[in-house]
Write a protein that binds this ligand. Structure first.
Ligand SMILES: Cc1ncc(COP(=O)(O)O)c(C=O)c1O
Length: 371
């Protein structure tokens, strides 16, 4: 059977062998719970969690106390809404602002608050014709949601300038950055961004599913959203004393196996990022096919397109039958598709494993589908 050509890194990365080995070794030889045991094995697992946290902190230029393990970006984005909406000062907030770039995971949790009448108004800021956020359209708002890189358009945004523009309008604005796609291709520097919250998923950078990161700039300022084991220093009938951050936000047993793989995945990613020249090659080749309409720029981190007279789902099924894995549909990003005037699209994305021969195979299959 022919080898599959996996051009769907933006949906989820294939796992490097080193991540698989690290997880297998942990499960076979090193497994114990963290934060609860005193035997040597449990202490080693505590060290592993601490070391992974330090690795993540270095990866995004954060302090370790600001790095919280979650289960994925969606979990982090929902938890931010829960954390903020449960603070004693929450009633003073009245607006959140979003753009058309947002993934459903970043925008729907806020819209749900709106539907419940728990926030007053949604504001929408604008994009220019290259899908960069228009900094002069950033409104005065209490909460600003920023997609650092859209999963459909693949454009890296100038997050530091966007955050600064929002703070100029409202010094108390709370800024939330979805870095899920950005972190794959660009160095994240949370100190430079100066945002309040940043999230991403482990599985999109080569780690396993089930682990994500939530960065909180002033983690000690917020009361937690989840309660349970591991987050309490002392509790009695009359008092509840919480641990400091990050443990304060990590009630319950952590996804230890996935955390073990995450540190290894970050090492792999930093030494071998996806080769975006492959996107440029496929862009140039698709440009020559009249029935293909490309939606993204040549410099984007993903290649999104539609084919005249063919539904993206049909295209995806035929490509799949020919051994090409790619993403079709609305990509959980309905607003940008609506802004583009299409229901859905076809997206090709590359990981460190992809080669020129994968890109050539993709182009030859497209040519056979789009005659
Ligand atoms: C930009 C962006 N944000 C959020 C998510 C949600 O990630 P997850 O499904 O890992 O929670 C995705 C996934 O495609 C994404 O591309």
């Amino acid at each position: 059977m022919n080898k599959i050509v996996y051009l769907d890194a933006a949906a989820s990365f294939l796992k490097p062998e080193s991540v698989i080995q690290a997880e297998a070794d942990f499960l076979r030889n090193k497994y114990a719970n963290a934060g609860r045991g005193v035997c040597a094995r449990a202490v080693d697992v505590d060290d592993m969690v601490r070391n992974t946290r330090a690795r993540v902190a270095a990866f995004i230029n954060a302090d370790e106390s600001q790095v919280i393990f979650t289960s994925n970006a969606t979990d982090g984005l929902n938890r931010i809404v829960n954390i903020i909406s449960h603070q004693p000062w929450y009633a003073e907030l009245s607006t959140f602002a979003v753009s058309d770039l947002e993934h459903h995971s970043a925008r729907l949790p806020w819209e749900e608050l709106l539907h419940q009448g728990r926030i007053r108004k949604e504001l929408v800021y604008e994009l220019d014709d290259k899908f960069n956020i228009k900094i002069d359209s950033i409104p005065k708002t209490d909460i600003l949601v920023i997609t650092a890189m859209s999963n459909v358009m693949g454009v890296a945004q100038d997050v530091a300038s966007i955050v600064a523009a929002a703070r100029k309008k409202n010094p108390n604005v709370i800024t939330v950055v979805d870095a899920t796609q950005y972190v794959v291709h660009e160095k994240v520097d949370v100190k430079k961004w100066n945002a309040d919250f940043v999230v991403f998923s482990g599985h999109k950078i080569g780690a396993d599913t089930g682990v994500g990161i939530l960065y909180i700039k002033d983690a000690d300022k917020y009361f937690p959203d989840k309660f349970g084991g591991g987050m309490v220093l002392r509790v009695s009938d009359s008092e509840l004393v919480l641990n400091n951050a990050p443990e304060k936000f990590e009630a319950g047993t952590l996804p230890l196996t996935q955390i073990c793989g995450l540190a290894v995945a970050i090492d792999e990613l930093e030494s071998n990022r996806p080769n975006l020249d492959l996107i440029k090659y496929m862009y140039d080749e698709l440009k020559k096919i009249p029935a293909v309409k490309i939606l993204t720029g040549r410099d984007a981190a993903v290649l999104s397109f539609i084919v005249d007279g063919m539904h993206p789902l049909d295209f995806g099924a035929i490509a799949g039958a020919n051994g090409i894995c790619l993403r079709v549909g609305n990509m959980c990003a309905s607003w940008i598709h609506r802004a583009l005037g299409v229901d859905g699209s076809i997206r090709v994305s590359v990981g460190p494993w992809n080669t020129l021969s994968d890109a050539e195979k993709f182009i030859s299959i497209v040519k056979s589908i789009v005659k």
